[in-house]
Unconditional design. Structure first.
Length: 240
C-alpha cells in the first residue's frame, strides 16, 4: 500500500463510480432505443432507487475524502485548486447536457451539488460529532419545509421544492448535504479510532479499483462521451 494513499477509500469510491457508469450506460442504451419497451429512468423504482443509492455512496465518499484531506493538513489554496476542478467540470456538464437535452439540461446536478457541499463541509468540519445531528436535520428538513417559491431554477438548488424541476440530474443542497456531513463525521471518527478501515491495504486484484478511485473525477467526465461515441459510432457503422 502506498503510505500516502487511502486504498480502501479509493476502492469504495471506485465502486461508486463503476456503479454510476453502469447506470449511465443503461440510460444511454435506453435513450437511443436499445430497450424495448423503453424504461422510465425518472419514475421506475428499478432506476430511481439505484440513483439514490449511487448518489448517496458518491457523496458519502466525498465526505470521507474531506476528512482525510483535513487530517493531512490540506491548506485552503490546495482546497480551492481541487474545488476549481470540480466547479469547472460541473460547468462542462451543464454545457454538454444543454447540447444533448436543451429542454432538460443539468443546472444543478451531482458535481454542482458537490462543489457547494465541499465549501460547507470545509467550514463546518470543526463541529465534529455535531455533524451527525446536522446531517439528520439536513435529511429531514426538506420533508417538512416545501414552498412553491423555491420551485424556480435560481432557488430550487436549495432543496425546498414542491416538485422536481425538469432536468436530467438534480442533486439539491438539501437533503444531500446530510449524506456528505455523515461521510465527513464518519471519516473523522474512523481516522481517530479505526484508521485502518480507510487506509488498510487491499488485495492485488483490487489495486486497479484503487487506481480508478484516485482518478474518479476524470473518469466521471470521460465515460459518457465514450459511451455515447461508441453507441452512435457503432450504429453509423451498422454494428447494431
Amino acid at each position: 500500500m502506498n503510505p500516502q494513499r487511502f486504498d480502501r477509500l479509493d476502492v469504495l469510491r471506485a465502486l461508486a463510480i463503476v456503479w454510476m457508469a453502469a447506470f449511465h450506460l443503461a440510460f444511454d442504451l435506453n435513450h437511443y432505443g436499445f430497450f424495448d419497451p423503453r424504461h422510465s429512468f425518472h419514475r421506475d423504482p428499478l432506476w430511481t432507487t439505484q440513483r439514490v443509492c449511487i448518489v448517496s455512496l458518491f457523496l458519502f465518499c466525498a465526505g470521507l475524502g474531506q476528512a482525510v484531506a483535513l487530517q493531512a493538513g490540506q491548506a485552503w489554496p490546495r482546497f480551492w485548486k481541487r474545488w476549481g476542478q470540480v466547479a469547472l467540470c460541473a460547468l462542462l456538464v451543464s454545457l454538454g447536457s444543454a447540447l444533448m437535452f436543451p429542454r432538460s439540461w443539468i443546472f444543478f446536478g451531482v458535481l454542482h451539488g458537490i462543489a457547494v457541499m465541499l465549501i460547507v463541509c470545509r467550514l463546518t468540519a470543526p463541529l465534529g460529532r455535531w455533524l451527525w445531528l446536522l446531517g439528520a436535520v439536513a435529511l429531514l428538513l426538506p420533508q417538512v419545509i416545501q414552498h412553491p417559491v423555491f420551485d424556480v431554477p435560481w432557488l430550487s438548488w436549495i432543496g425546498f421544492v414542491t416538485r422536481k424541476p425538469l432536468t436530467e440530474d438534480f442533486v439539491p443542497l438539501l437533503p444531500w448535504l446530510g449524506v456528505m456531513w455523515w461521510g465527513l463525521a464518519a471519516g473523522q471518527w474512523l481516522l481517530q479510532h479505526r484508521p485502518g478501515v480507510l487506509a488498510g491495504s487491499v488485495p492485488a486484484l483490487m489495486q486497479p479499483l484503487a487506481l480508478l478511485g484516485r482518478w474518479s473525477l476524470s473518469f466521471y467526465m470521460l465515460h459518457q462521451p465514450v459511451f455515447i461515441g461508441v453507441i452512435l459510432g457503432g450504429r453509423a457503422l451498422g454494428w447494431w
